[in-house]
Design a protein around this ligand. Structure first.
Ligand SMILES: Cc1cc2nc3c(=O)[nH]c(=O)nc-3n(C[C@H](O)[C@H](O)[C@H](O)COP(=O)(O)O)c2cc1C
Length: 369
């Protein structure tokens, strides 16, 4: 069996961009963890589309603009952020480095990056929060046991999380053939520790009932749960995984405070469009009434600029920071954030944008997404 390479303690100059981390991560992960990390749903068409959409969109350069006093600061849900790059919720981070989420939260603190902690984190949400010095949000998967779900929300509030991100695009696991082919399973010692003690639901199917509709989806969240959560928490409520303008409109009616345009990094429903393509119609629906965030395929500072130009306030990254984590723990995650922020600032300077507010559709060459 292949021996995983040791974690790096310094970052070599050959790692100059986010994608440079990918082979380093691969060399340090076994086939099981790699299949989980890299997998998209089915034929991975959406997974690839997320990137391709950014690559197709060209930028309009601007020359001779005075950039002094420029910055990347923004305000989201009443909190100040130094830059618009957040770490997306990624489950079971101890699969990728023994320190898991604890390494990630230290890197987020060092780089002033917001972090979203998954319901399926491999460390207790309170322990992660005790290391946080930058905005921290909690990502909720609504559980079949609704009482337990509300208790999780309360725990997150009490631990100081500043927003609740409810993921709505994965009521059941997508069909991830890459994982299936690798026979993926969680290794001993890695588990969803925050769900310990939860009552397990057991749906007994009778003849003629569907495993999907009557089984896996029997306790899946609906809009009623969003109403219930809206009433249950004072925290800003953000829905993650919105891909339809109709859903965006419903969310606004229910008093949701923000949306994350996401296709789960191409991991749930294959052949959904890229998130960059989804964004304009959702922005047209929400009309600036709530912040829109976007994730999926962000690998370059120019990608962030393009997302903001089409209506996003901020973006999240998933796999890239895990590549950094798997390569060099907290140092790797911090370096990924540093690279991306530097690239964003350079892209802003070369398109004549002193602040995020200056990033408008005018930075894009029209009609080629
Ligand atoms: C290994 C892995 C685990 C993930 N776990 C979660 C999760 O627990 N909750 C969630 O809302 N999204 C989860 N996601 C989706 C990410 O939050 C994010 O939407 C996606 O990774 C963004 O695409 P990118 O990886 O191309 O940056 C996960 C993604 C990956 C790759």
């Amino acid at each position: 069996m292949r021996q995983p390479e040791p974690y790096l303690t310094t970052i070599p100059p050959v790692i100059a961009a986010l994608t440079d981390y990918e082979p380093y991560a691969r060399a340090r992960l076994d086939d099981n963890a790699w299949a989980y990390l890299h997998s998209g749903a089915a034929d991975e068409i959406t997974f690839r589309a997320n990137r391709e959409a950014f690559d197709r969109q060209c930028l309009q350069g601007r020359a001779l603009v005075d950039m002094r006093g420029g910055h990347t600061r923004l305000n989201l849900f009443g909190h100040a952020f130094e830059h618009p790059i957040l770490l997306a919720p990624v489950a079971y981070q101890s699969l990728f480095h023994p320190e898991g989420e604890l390494a990630t939260v230290r890197a987020a603190a060092a780089m002033d990056a917001g972090m979203v902690v998954s319901t399926l984190a491999s460390h207790p949400l309170e322990e992660i929060a005790s290391h946080a010095y930058a905005p921290l949000w909690f990502q909720l998967y609504v559980q079949p046991d609704r009482e337990f779900t509300l208790d999780l929300v309360l725990r997150a509030e009490q631990a100081g999380y500043q927003a609740l991100v409810v993921t709505v695009d994965a009521p059941l696991a997508g069909i991830r053939n890459r994982e299936q082919r690798a026979g993926f399973r969680l290794p001993a010692g890695v588990s969803a520790v925050n769900l310990q003690g939860m009552r397990q639901s057991q749906t007994q199917l009778v003849e003629g009932q569907s495993v999907v509709f009557d089984g896996l989806m029997a306790h899946a969240p609906t809009w009623r749960d969003i109403e219930m959560l809206r009433a249950a928490t004072q925290l800003p409520l953000i829905l993650k995984g919105i891909s339809s303008p109709l859903d965006a409109a419903l969310a606004l009616e229910l008093g949701v405070d923000g949306l994350i345009v996401s296709n789960h990094g191409g991991r749930t429903l294959d052949t959904l469009p890229s998130t960059l393509e989804l964004l304009p119609a959702i922005a047209a629906t929400t009309q600036g009434r709530v912040p829109l965030l976007l994730d999926g395929g962000i690998r370059r500072g120019t990608d962030i600029l393009k997302a903001i130009a089409l209506g996003a306030s901020a973006v999240l990254i998933g796999r890239p920071f895990i590549y950094g984590l798997a390569t060099a723990g907290a140092l790797g995650v911090a370096h990924v954030l540093r690279l991306l922020r530097d690239e964003l600032e350079v892209a802003m300077a070369l398109t004549g944008c002193r602040t995020l507010a200056d990033i408008t559709p005018a930075v894009l060459i029209a009609n080629n997404t």
